[in-house]
Design a protein around this ligand. Structure first.
Ligand SMILES: [Mg+2]
Length: 261
């Protein structure tokens, strides 16, 4: 219900491990349905019954806005359909309801990201050298969006998250000490290096001002599973996190290695 007494509810939600899970992290069961594809068309992630029930509930009574690290291309491989705007690439890209890039945000991010590109390339080369020197079955690359460098991502092909954490500690930590404003983040088999200004919360702050200008008062809920989601969730009136995830375990007071899921 939306009227003067009931302002509209917006749920800003991460995707992977929040609305669906990769088959590696949650073994598909009889109630599983495909939720996201690999580039080759193979199903990589599934939703289960409870995840779909929650999604249906949110979509019935709220506007659901994806807030994801996925690139535009990877977002297109998600099998759920969303009707409004979407925040992609850790906040580097804001799509409008028609799926077009928001020109204001794109112009802003060009200013933010262009100076960082050579530094991202430098850090990525350091990771690649260390991967080779250690004989790790891993890769690192600079994620691009429309030809613009966004962030560095590294993964281990056999999901050795400890080897990935050691790589981050040995290579990125010293590099970060010399490069103010950059930050790194690991959740399971994803190690990322983000430049200053690339942030889900920065994109959400921009979108929130837009939505408030259009709708007046709104009620906001942040939904995510990862430490890297906490900041954007903190901009919202309420937050939710799935149990058994990186952020869920921290909220439950479970002590675990920061990089483990
Ligand atoms: Mg996630």
């Amino acid at each position: 219900m939306t009227d003067a007494l009931h302002p509209p509810v917006f749920v800003f939600s991460d995707l992977d491990d929040t609305l669906f899970s990769s088959a590696r992290k949650r073994v598909p069961g009889p109630d599983s349905q495909p939720a996201a594809l690999l580039r080759n068309g193979e199903v990589v992630s599934y939703s289960n019954g409870p995840q779909r029930a929650l999604l249906a509930w949110l979509m019935r009574d709220a506007q659901l806005v994806p807030v994801t690290a996925r690139s535009v291309e990877a977002y297109r491989r998600v099998l759920l359909s969303f009707s409004g705007p979407a925040i992609l690439s850790f906040g580097g890209v804001l799509l409008d309801a028609a799926g077009q890039e928001d020109a204001h945000w794109a112009a802003h991010m060009l200013q933010v990201l262009a100076p960082a590109a050579p530094l991202l390339e430098e850090a990525c080369a350091l990771l690649q050298s260390a991967i080779e020197a250690r004989g790790l079955n891993a890769w690192a690359r600079v994620a691009q969006e429309g030809g613009l460098a966004q962030y560095v991502v590294a993964k281990h092909r056999e999901h050795d998250v400890d080897a990935l954490a050691q790589l981050g500690k040995d290579v990125l930590e010293p590099w970060l000490a010399a490069h103010a404003g950059f930050r790194s983040h690991q959740n399971a088999n994803n190690l990322a290096l983000l430049p200053p200004g690339l942030d889900k919360s920065a994109a959400l702050a921009f979108l929130l001002s837009r939505l408030r200008a259009t709708h007046g008062e709104i009620v906001t809920v942040g939904f995510g599973d990862s430490f890297s989601d906490a900041e954007f969730m903190a901009l919202c009136d309420y937050s939710m996190t799935p149990g058994g995830t990186q952020l869920g375990n921290r909220m439950a007071g479970r002590k675990e290695r920061a990089h483990a899921r």
